[in-house]
Design a protein around this ligand. Structure first.
Ligand code: SF4
Ligand code: SF4
Length: 286
């Protein structure tokens, strides 16, 4: 089962939940869980694990290169590019590689076969294990704008897996393309939020995307329970969204996390909470 952990905004505890969920799954199955950190702009799940990395691969986008001897500057490539990543200016073809999505349309459309493609490296995939779980992450290179190709390369590299294996995806925060790409291939989405007006606002946006647009089953984990009010709970009730767990506002949790230790390894009394979340999620599949 592939479980994505997402949130309407960063800083809600998404990574805390994803890491603890993967570690909790390690004790409940014979097959080693896989944690995929798809938050490629800030892949920090690995900070809470002691990973021995054994795999490394550069990833990128195939961008066009124009042969000036073949090109007749007809402008067809520019017309088919919906991203405005290629333009013809007089007797010059300009390629804006940071805008290029690597779709290949210009290459196919060029009537003179003047376009070839080269890989523009935009990120790095790394994988390994800490003995309990397998782990992989994608990292978007500094200065690069497009997270989606790195996320899709990571998912393509590691999915699908065998049916018995639990996969946890630490998604990009927010509700834009990187989040959609990260959660799109999952069977269930856990939305992490805080019980505050801001948390509720972003939760609603995430529910609209995950449930409303993608049609995926979802449940909610309230983090820092005890602050704010009960509006998130009422909203979940009205929407029929299962409330999977409440993680209390607890200074001990902050201390453990700031020390670089995962929640359930630093505070083992929380392990049962995450095993219960897994059971509820798996139950929803039946
Ligand atoms: S479509 Fe091909 S021939 Fe036409 S301008 Fe683009 S690269 Fe040149
Ligand atoms: S590969 Fe796609 S996005 Fe890139 S320049 Fe060509 S048409 Fe545009």
């Amino acid at each position: 089962m592939v479980i994505a952990v997402a949130s309407g905004k960063g800083g809600t505890g998404k990574t805390t939940v994803a890491v603890s969920l993967a570690l909790a799954a390690a004790g409940t199955s014979d097959s080693r869980p896989l944690l995929l950190d798809c938050d490629v702009e800030e892949p920090n799940s690995g900070l809470f694990l002691d990973i021995d990395y054994t795999f490394e691969k550069k990833t990128g986008v195939p961008v066009p290169v124009v042969d000036p001897d073949r090109c007749d500057f007809c402008g067809t490539c520019s017309e088919v590019c919906v991203w405005n990543a290629i333009a013809v200016a007089g007797r010059k073809v300009l390629v804006f590689r940071d805008l290029c999505h690597g779709c290949g349309s210009c290459t196919l459309a060029c009537p003179r076969g003047a376009i070839t493609e080269v890989t523009h490296v935009t990120g790095l995939l790394e994988g390994g294990s800490d003995g309990l779980i397998d782990f992989a992450r994608g990292t978007l290179n500094v200065g690069q704008a497009m997270a989606v190709p790195v996320i899709s390369a990571l998912l393509e590299n590691y999915l699908p897996v065998s049916d018995e294996r639990t996969v946890v995806i630490d998604s990009s925060p927010g509700t834009s393309c990187p989040m959609v790409e990260a959660v799109g291939s999952s069977d269930y989405v856990i939305l992490v939020t805080e019980p505050t007006p801001f948390g509720l606002h972003d939760l609603k946006a995430a529910v609209e995307v995950v449930v409303g647009q993608l049609g995926l089953p979802a449940g909610v984990v309230i983090n820092r329970d005890g602050i704010g009010n009960s509006d998130v709970e009422h909203y979940c009730h009205r929407q029929g969204l299962p409330l999977l767990a409440r993680i209390p506002m607890d200074r001990k949790i902050a201390e453990v996390l700031s020390d670089g230790t995962s929640l359930i390894q630093g505070l083992p009394e929380y392990r049962d909470m995450f095993i219960e979340i897994l059971e509820k999620v798996k139950e929803s599949e039946r």
